[in-house]
Design a protein around this ligand. Sequence first.
Ligand code: NAP
Length: 281
Amino acid sequence: MELIDGKALAKKIREELKEEVTELRKQGIIPKLAVIMVGDDKASAVYVRNKSKACNEIGIEFEEYLKDANITQEELIALIKELNNRKDVDGILLQSPIPKGLDIREAFNTIDASKDVDGFNPINVGKLSIGEDAFISCTPYGVVKMLEAYNIPVEGKRAVIIGRSNIVGKPLIQCLLNKNATVTVCHSKTKNIDEITKQADILVAALGKPKFVTENMVKDGATVIDVGINRNEDGKLVGDVDFENVSKKASYITPVPGGVGPMTIAMLMYNVVKATKARKG
Ligand code: NAP
């Protein structure tokens, strides 16, 4: 079994981006990410802090818009439109979740597709699905980069994804399909899920249930990617895969923490630099 070291790979990607941004800055091009956070969700605050740290390290300017939970939908949309119109802003990210009563879909749809570094705007989702160049949602993009970095063959392989969310499962279907895998997606209504997962050469768990994927659900020699981030009873971060037992069967496996998580932020930085080059380069 080989561990897929997302932390080390993410560090390498961030270092490469730092070099690229240093060159851009020499030409007077300064990448800028604007992040909107609504309310005081504690987990979101940690995610935003980590994104800010990554931006600082790479040389991307970071602007934070912390908005009160009682912001109106109109005010939120007006803020996004203002950032759309700002020439200096290259990427716009709306941290989810936002308080109930606000329409996050309308907000995502308002973000200009050329600044949509999270890849949630329907234009980017659509482009990805027809195989055109797009901003790809950062977590699935991170999964793809890990497979590439470890030279794990995808073409002709059977890939099974557990989870069909708009931010992880669905864009990952397209990413793996574009790489010529045969893709099956499972969800909460799937029957006999272990019969399906056992056929996977590449198994991705993205459902948010600790230790859901057990050894008997995995084929010998499979590549297992654990997207899940959960807290167990002791408050420890755990994935969706029973790492201890599944790692004995897998040929490659990602740990939690230190797997997909750091890759998500690295790919966000990648998307901001890509947006900057497209707009200002
Ligand atoms: P989500 O929106 O809650 O979606 C969960 C998906 O899993 C749904 O499609 C759901 O099916 C499916 N599911 C739930 N229970 C299931 C079961 N018993 N059997 C089969 N499928 C089941 O979650 P998400 O936002 O995609 O996130 C999934 C996990 O990834 C979470 O732990 C989250 O914290 C983590 N995550 C990690 C990163 C990262 O950077 N590493 C980024 C994003 C998310 P239905 O559609 O039928 O309801």
